[in-house]
Structure formats: structure tokens, C-alpha cells
Design a protein around this ligand. Structure first.
Ligand code: SF4
Length: 67
């Protein structure tokens, strides 16, 4: 399972960073950056899933996840 982000659609709202600051950051333009694409354990994965759910522009998702 891998965390993927699409900067083209990111609107820089920052919810992902607020929810999971160990995994997400924003560049100088406010666009999402993935600091840790591979969650190391279940709690890290759970936080990443929360971030995916709160993103208003659906610019982050989990690849290879069953939903
Ligand atoms: S929550 Fe979504 S729109 Fe907001 S900064 Fe993160 S990826 Fe971009």
C-alpha cells in the first residue's frame, strides 16, 4: 500500500497536513508533498486514511488498498 498525491488538483487547504503531519507537507505554493509514502504500521496507515477522507479535492489516495 502506497500513499499517492496529485499536486495538479491540490487546492492547498492543508487538511492532510493538519491530520497527518508526519506523512504530508506542503511546498512553497501550498501544494501537497508526501513525506512518507509507505506507512510503517497500522496506526500510521489509519492516520493516512483519515487524511485521504478529509481532503476536499480528492488529491491524495492509497494505492494498492482495498478501500
Ligand atoms: S488536504 Fe488535499 S487539497 Fe488540502 S493540501 Fe492536502 S492534498 Fe491538497
Amino acid at each position: 500500500m502506497k500513499i499517492v498525491a496529485r499536486q495538479q488538483t491540490c487546492i492547498g487547504s492543508g487538511q492532510c497536513v493538519f491530520t497527518d503531519p508526519d506523512t504530508f507537507d506542503q511546498d512553497d505554493d501550498g501544494k501537497v508533498l508526501v513525506l512518507r509514502p509507505l506507512p510503517g504500521n497500522a496506526s500510521e496507515e489509519a492516520l493516512a486514511r483519515q487524511a485521504v477522507q478529509v481532503c476536499p479535492s480528492r488529491s491524495i489516495w492509497l494505492e494498492g488498498a482495498d478501500g
